[in-house]
Design a protein around this ligand. Structure first.
Ligand SMILES: [Zn+2]
Ligand SMILES: [Zn+2]
Length: 327
């Protein structure tokens, strides 16, 4: 009996998955008809992981399977996603921000890539359609928060993204792109773009669900600037057994359960990225396994970085390097 119920449940999920996938594939090109004007540019962008699964060696920084980056571009300070443990008073975001001298009250904007627990500050915040830095309210009052879907916030000024949008000089968000996930259902995810003078576009991704090749394609439809850097989560938990990434491999998969994310997916993503001639590719460990990181390193050589809490990535025309260890 139990098996029959499970079988019926799985069949219903498979039907929902097929319908959702068809809907997502139909709707995404429509959203990118408008081109982005007056983006502007910055001399340099700094991306500092404040929440990541991996941390730099030593010190008191904590890792968790979530993501939050402080992005500094021109005079703008922006927080991209807020990690997983925002339900706790001493969230990883708050603890690491303290150790890294990041003032969470001094932000010009918040950008939420998508409404998944590891990006909005936990399951509670996700279910309430909001985001949280920590258990206590720390978000700057009135700070603009660019969100990809229906969300609200008690303190921030929520601005839903409906198309490509300049959020600060040289900084823009892409339209949220839909993706159907077998277990978690439909999700819409937006990427952040920074236009660095003499370098090109830096694309910052939360989970890379849409998937990344659609984000890259949309960025190219919206702007005439080449993409030279891809930074963040690309959701490639390949060979997850024995790693902490089994939940990401199963729950976050865009494929049905009988078709795990595999080596061919990584090869395809690498083909799409390398076709753009990138100078920097930096991968988040929150949704990629050591196998995937090794493969990125093998294909990209010294253009590849693994993102770790506390290791700032600086990108400008003159230099594109990790601040740690490069002196
Ligand atoms: Zn994620
Ligand atoms: Zn996600």
């Amino acid at each position: 009996m139990g098996g029959a119920v499970t079988g019926a449940g799985l069949a219903a999920l498979a039907l929902r998955y097929a319908a959702g996938t068809a809907r997502a594939d139909r709707s995404w090109p429509v959203q990118v008809e408008s081109r982005l004007r007056n983006l502007g540019e910055v001399d340099e962008v700094s991306i500092l992981p404040v929440v990541e699964r991996l941390t730099r060696d030593g010190g008191e920084l904590v890792g968790e399977p979530g993501l939050s980056y402080l992005v500094r571009a021109g005079g703008t300070r922006l927080l991209f996603d807020v990690g997983l443990s925002g339900g706790r008073d001493r969230s990883a975001l708050v603890r690491n921000a303290g150790h890294l001298d990041v003032d969470l009250r001094d932000l010009d904007a918040v950008v939420i890539s998508h409404r998944h627990a590891d990006h909005v500050g936990g399951v509670g915040a996700m279910r309430r359609h909001t985001f949280a830095f920590a258990g206590e309210p720390l978000e700057p009052a009135g700070v603009p928060a660019y969100v990809p879907t229906d969300m609200h916030h008690d303190r921030a000024r929520v601005v839903p993204t409906t198309g490509p949008r300049v959020v600060a000089p040289g900084v823009a968000v892409l339209p949220p792109l839909p993706r159907m996930l077998f277990w978690l259902g439909a999700v819409a995810e937006q990427a952040l773009l920074v236009n660095v003078r003499g370098f090109g576009l830096v694309l910052i991704s939360g989970c890379g669900h849409p998937p990344i090749e659609r984000m890259l394609g949309v960025a190219e439809l919206v702007l005439d600037v080449p993409i030279r850097a891809v930074v963040g989560g690309l959701h490639l938990p390949v060979h997850p057994v024995g790693t902490p990434l089994l939940p990401q491999a199963i729950l976050g998969s865009p494929h049905p359960p009988w078709q795990p994310i595999g080596e061919a997916d990584v090869a395809h993503v690498l083909d799409e990225i390398t076709a753009r001639g990138p100078r920097v590719v930096a991968l988040s460990g929150h949704d990629s396994t050591p196998w995937t990181m090794n493969e990125f390193g093998r294909r990209l050589g010294d253009r590849y970085r693994t993102l770790r809490v506390g290791e700032e990535l600086l990108i400008s025309a003159a230099r594109s390097r990790s601040a740690e260890g490069a002196g």
